[in-house]
Design a protein around this ligand. Structure first.
Ligand code: C6P
Length: 412
C-alpha cells in the first residue's frame, strides 16, 4: 500500500479568506492562537449568512410561499451535507442544536431520563469539558445514577486498565471527548467505543475539538451519539450538531416542546414528529445552519487531511520551541495530540501571561478551559493554552515565543 502525503496548503493565500486575520491588535498584527475556543470565519461563511438574510430570509417548514420553501430546502440541504461530512447513514440522524453543550444535554435529558435508573453508572473521563460532565451529573441527581470517571496519567492519557475496571454490569453509558480541549489528547475512541458496546453501553463522543482537525466517520467509530459545534469548525456561533443512531433517536422522547416537533396537538395531549424534527422545537437556527453548511463546504475544499497535517506540524514546532524555554511546564504531553498546547510559566499566573501576550497582539486562552477536574489532576488553577488552526504560521509561533520571553523578563 502506498501512503500519499497530504498536499501542502498555500497558507498565505488561504489566510486571505479570513478577513479578521489581517487586523492589527494594539498596533501589532493579530496572532490568533485561541482556535479551540472558537475558530475564525472565512469570507464564504460570512457571506452565506449575510446573503441568507439579504435575499432568502424566511421561517422554514411553515410557509407555502416561495422564500419559505427555498429556505426550507437550503436548511435541509445542510442536514444532508452534515450527514455526508460525518458519514451518517441518513440525514434523519442529524439533529441541529445550538452547540455541543445542547447536544449533550439533549441526550442526557431525553435518552438519559427515559433509560437510566437509580444505581446505574455513567462513565465519563477525568478530561471532559464541563459540557460532557455536568449534564451527566444533573442526570445522576435526577435519577439516582452515579457518575464515574476514567482517570488520566501524568502525560494526560486515559488509564485504560482503569477503564476496564470501571466497566461494571451497572454501567449504562460511556461519554467521552474525542480530543481534550485542555490537554490536546486524542483519545482512542474507536477502540473504547467498541469495548463499551460489547458491554451493552450507549456511547456518546464529544467531537467539539476533533471535527476541526480530523476526519470523522460515525459509522466507523460506531458510536451511538456524536456532538460538535459549528463555531469551532469555521462556522457561526449558535449552531451545533447531534448525530444519533436512528434506532436510538426513534425511541427517545422529546426533551423540549413547541412548534415543529409535533404531529398533532389537542388541549389534552400531543403526539410527536419523528426524528430529527422531534428534537428541534421552535424556530431553528436557520441562518446559522446555512453558515455551517458554507463552513463544511470550505473545509471540504481545503481538505481535512492537509488541515490536520499542517496543524500537526504547527503543534510539533510550538511544542519544541516552548519546551526549550526555562521555567515552563507543559500540561498534556500525550503521544497523540491535536492542535492544543497547554502550559504554565513557573511563578506567573496564567492570566498575567495571557495579558502580556495580548500586548503583543497574541490571543491565547488562560484559565481552567471549562475543565476544572483536569486542572485539579495537574495541581494547577489554570493553564495558558495556545491552540492552532491551519491558517497559523511558524512565524506566529515565534511571536508567541518572544512574548513568553517578555513574560520572563517582566516577572523575573
Ligand atoms: N470549548 C474551549 O475554549 P460549546 O460551548 O457548546 O460550543 O462547546 C462546548 C465544548 C464541549 N466539549 C469540548 C471538548 C469543548 O472544547 C467545548 C468548548 C471551548 O475549550 C469553550 S469553553
Amino acid at each position: 500500500m502506498t501512503v500519499t502525503a497530504a498536499p501542502e496548503l498555500d497558507v498565505e493565500q488561504l489566510r486571505k479568506d479570513f478577513p479578521i486575520l489581517s487586523q492589527r491588535i494594539r498596533g501589532k498584527p493579530l496572532v490568533y492562537l485561541d482556535n479551540a475556543a472558537t475558530s475564525q470565519k472565512p469570507r464564504s461563511v460570512i457571506d452565506a449568512v449575510g446573503r441568507f438574510y439579504a435575499t432568502e430570509n424566511a421561517n422554514i417548514h411553515r410557509g407555502v410561499h416561495f422564500l419559505s420553501e427555498r429556505a426550507t430546502l437550503a436548511y435541509e440541504a445542510v442536514r444532508a451535507g452534515v450527514a455526508r461530512f460525518l458519514n451518517a447513514s441518513s440525514s434523519d440522524e442529524i439533529v441541529f442544536t445550538s452547540g455541543t453543550t445542547e447536544a449533550v444535554n439533549l441526550v442526557a435529558q431525553s435518552w438519559g431520563r427515559s433509560a437510566v435508573r437509580a444505581g446505574d453508572e455513567l462513565l465519563v473521563t477525568a478530561m471532559e469539558h464541563h459540557s460532557n460532565l455536568v449534564p451527566w451529573q444533573l442526570l445522576a441527581a435526577q435519577t439516582g445514577a452515579v457518575v464515574r470517571a476514567v482517570p488520566i496519567s501524568d502525560a494526560g492519557e486515559l488509564d485504560l486498565d482503569a477503564f476496564d475496571r470501571l466497566l461494571t454490569d451497572r454501567t449504562r453509558l460511556l461519554a467521552i471527548a474525542h480530543v481534550s480541549n485542555a490537554l490536546g489528547t486524542v483519545n482512542p475512541v474507536r477502540a473504547l467505543v467498541a469495548h463499551a458496546r460489547q458491554h451493552g453501553l450507549v456511547t456518546l463522543v464529544d467531537g467539539a475539538q476533533s471535527v476541526p482537525h480530523l476526519a470523522v466517520d460515525v459509522q466507523e467509530l460506531n458510536c451511538d451519539f456524536f456532538a460538535f459545534s459549528g463555531h469551532k469548525v469555521y462556522g457561526p456561533t449558535g449552531v451545533g450538531v447531534l448525530y444519533g443512531r436512528a434506532a436510538l433517536l426513534e425511541r427517545m422522547p422529546p426533551w423540549q416542546g413547541g412548534g415543529d416537533m409535533i404531529e398533532a396537538v389537542t388541549l389534552e395531549a400531543s403526539t410527536f414528529a419523528p426524528p430529527p424534527a422531534r428534537f428541534e422545537a421552535g424556530t431553528p437556527k436557520i441562518a446559522q445552519v446555512i453558515g455551517l453548511g458554507a463552513a463544511l463546504d470550505y473545509v471540504a475544499a481545503v481538505g481535512l487531511a492537509p488541515i490536520g497535517a499542517r496543524e500537526d506540524e504547527l503543534l510539533a514546532y510550538a511544542t519544541d520551541r516552548v519546551s526549550g524555554l526555562d521555567g515552563i511546564r507543559l500540561v498534556g504531553t500525550a503521544r497523540h495530540k491535536a492542535a492544543v498546547l497547554s502550559f504554565v510559566v513557573e511563578g506567573v499566573h496564567p492570566h498575567d501571561v495571557a495579558a502580556v501576550l495580548d500586548d503583543e497582539g497574541v490571543a491565547v486562552r488562560a484559565g481552567h478551559h471549562c475543565a476544572q477536574p483536569v486542572m485539579s489532576r495537574f495541581g494547577v488553577p489554570a493553564t495558558v493554552r495556545a491552540s492552532f488552526a491551519f491558517y497559523n504560521t511558524p512565524e506566529e509561533i515565534d511571536v508567541l515565543i518572544r512574548g513568553l520571553g517578555r513574560v520572563r523578563t517582566l516577572f523575573a
